[in-house]
Write a protein that binds this ligand. Structure first.
Ligand SMILES: [Ca+2]
Ligand SMILES: [Ca+2]
Length: 328
């Protein structure tokens, strides 16, 4: 198990390649999971941030819980028209790309696996995130973040008969400005997709007091959101009880490690890429997060970097453009 976690973690080492496939970022990003893989820390979450990762834990580029609500604090300018240096906006959405990347680095969730999750022992197993950060409004500020949780395989239900290449799940975040604090955004909505767009869908939008049920764990000086990935099917749940109380025919949804010596080994912060916007891409080829042959923006089933067939998952572009926070 330890070896394969390292394999997953090492996929983070692809991140420099991701950077080379995209416009240069304003600052280097330390692959957090590389620390885990390299054995420099027993747990990525116990590591101190280095000076090179851009996250000092001193409140300048950080997260904090305020009244139970997750807040992102940055010392970078968010909007291009309020930015003096490192103001690239390749995807043309009015948000400074370096700020977008910083938000993803710090706010993308921990994925917590069940102790029997097959992807952790599959030599070809990969987990990666494909993200989009965009403004719905800049006055007042409302930012939406959509993150595809890409898995190389769905290991199936009903004795494996529905196993297929590629598994395309996702989460979403809605953030709004805090009064008088232009650099700080508070989470006002979270979305967890579970068997999205299927007859067994258990996707949920979390707002208001429901947000207080958020699970976090401390990392780099601040809390990081934890989501629960169901065993082998990878449906995303907000809490352990949400997962294990869901009913799906022929499936017993299990989440979170039970009766293991070190539960932290089942928490993964996958590598990510910021794909940009539908009309101005920052990346197309998802090889940069471990999925060669998959594309962020064309209408193509997601096959997790494995052989293509019609059983592969929903296209990544669907996960990046269908907005769960927009009420029709
Ligand atoms: Ca931008
Ligand atoms: Ca963007």
């Amino acid at each position: 198990m330890r070896t394969h976690l390292a394999t997953l973690a090492l996929s983070t080492a692809d991140r420099p390649a991701a950077s080379s496939a995209t416009p240069p970022l304003a600052r280097p990003r330390l692959p957090v999971l590389w620390l885990l893989a390299s054995g420099l820390c027993a747990s990525a979450f116990a590591c101190s941030a280095s000076a090179s990762d851009g996250f000092s834990g001193d409140g300048k580029n950080d997260t904090v819980l305020e009244g139970g609500r997750l807040v992102f604090r940055s010392d970078l300018a968010m909007q291009v028209d309020q930015c003096d240096t490192d103001c690239a906006d390749v995807d043309g959405d009015g948000l400074v790309d370096a700020w977008e990347d910083q938000l993803l680095e710090r706010m993308r969730p921990v994925v917590r696996f069940d102790e029997a999750e097959k992807i952790l022992s599959d030599p070809t197993g990969k987990v990666g995130m494909v993200a989009r950060v965009f403004p719905v409004s800049l006055d007042p500020v409302e930012i939406h973040v959509l993150i595809e949780l890409g898995y190389s395989n769905d290991y199936g239900t009903c004795f494996g008969i529905t196993e297929h290449h590629g598994d395309s799940e996702r989460v979403g975040m809605r953030l709004v400005a805090l009064p008088g604090r232009p650099h700080d955004l508070v989470v006002s909505g979270l979305y967890t997709a579970a068997h999205e767009h299927t007859p067994n869908e258990h996707s949920k939008l979390h707002e208001g007091d429901d947000l207080l049920r958020i699970e976090t764990r401390r990392e780099l000086g601040g809390p990081r959101w934890v989501v629960f990935s169901s065993r082998n099917k990878h449906a995303t749940y907000f809490t352990l009880s949400d997962c294990e109380s869901s009913f799906i025919p022929c499936v017993q949804e299990d989440c979170s490690p039970d009766r293991v010596a070190d539960p932290a080994k089942f928490d993964v912060v996958p590598p990510f890429v910021n794909a940009g916007e539908p009309t101005a891409h920052r990346v197309d080829d998802l090889a940069v997060v471990g999925f060669p042959g998959d594309d962020a923006w064309i209408d193509q089933r997601f096959c997790g970097g494995l052989a293509r067939n019609n059983l592969c998952a929903e296209p990544t572009v669907e996960k990046l453009t269908s907005d769960p926070f927009i009420k029709l």
